[in-house]
Design a protein around this ligand. Sequence first.
Ligand SMILES: [Zn+2]
Length: 430
Amino acid sequence: MTDQPAVTVLCNALLFDGLSDQLRGPVDVVLEGQTIKEVVDGRASVPDAVEIDVAGRTLMPGLIDAHVHLMAVHLVASKNLDTPLTLMTAKALPRIRNMLERGFTTIRDVAGADFGIREALATGLIAGPRAFIGGPGFTQTGGHADHRRKTDSVRERDRNANGVDNFARLVDGPNEMRIAVRDELRKGADHIKLMAGGGVGSPHDNIDDYQFSEEEIRIACDEAAMRQRYVCAHTYGSVAVQRAVRNGVRTVEHCNLIDAETAAVVRDCNSFVVPTLVCYEITEKHGDDLGLSPFVMEKLRYVNDAGIKMLDLCEAAGTPMGFGTDLMGEMEYAQSYEFVIRARVQKPVDILRSATSINAEILQQSGKLGVVAAGAVADLIVVDGNPLEDIALLDGQGENIPVILQNGRIYRDRIGATQKDGASHAKGAN
Ligand SMILES: [Zn+2]
């Protein structure tokens, strides 16, 4: 990272602003400190600015991934039982930095990360995206995130002594739910995660199961709303999804197995689907080698086959979709392949909106994140080429992203910024 320049101008850019159907430009985008000051058609007149001549490349908001697990350093969850939190944190650091290298300037962690990691990122102590965190995911006894062995009979364990317990909090009954939500909000959670249905990686449940009573779900949503926060829920099947959104859940994650009626119910409840298709496709490729059990592999194939159909249903119903990836452990390299998978069904611009302005709305940050507009946070990336025509430009490890700015700071500049002295060019002199 370089020192904070007072004013930075990104010149000669073709702009995807996070909302519009088409590129606009050429424009100059003027940043002051951490904020976008203005977007100027043609040339801006700014003396003493640091200039990056984008030279007709695409400028767009930094990407947002709304479903990651920063701390999920193992694909096989039970391996975390032998991993102390210190080692887990050390192993997580490169995977966190890699997300920023791919152009993700913001992520939402939906189980595992705590306010400590958020603060380390916010203060620049470690490199990586800005993080919105929810602490551990809530699971009922025997639910998706209850990774105790059948031979375990003790409920309470030494929380945080190993990695597993940082990912999951056992919650049973309305009163415990109320206390647990209040407790995580006390610790600064940006949202609450409920495991409201069966999952792929869990040893004790079926994928079509639905979990938590409706009363428990409703209490979680009420308590979160009282603090201007919200609940996201892990769900696959129609029953689990409808129970979640009808009781106040704001984002339903995965949703691979839903039907057309359920896609419409999510829309009508003003909720969002957050697909995470890449995790199934990539994990199915490598899962056998990495030690997933046959039971888990069978569930994985089942949801992978259904995922693309779910995109079709949500497109047809006009259900708002965020953008997530959910990659564990060694699979994390494939994060940006989600763009390519989504393009089998969706137009590139719709996928880009999901990964910018819609995800910002999910994060309760509309107008601040996920857009290039006056007053927004200066999280910006420059893309070689036009991702509205070829979204695969974003795939890989950021090779086609020569410039990354986060919070107005230049994290990567492969073009070469120059310092301008005095009024270098007049406004409108294009
Ligand atoms: Zn997940």
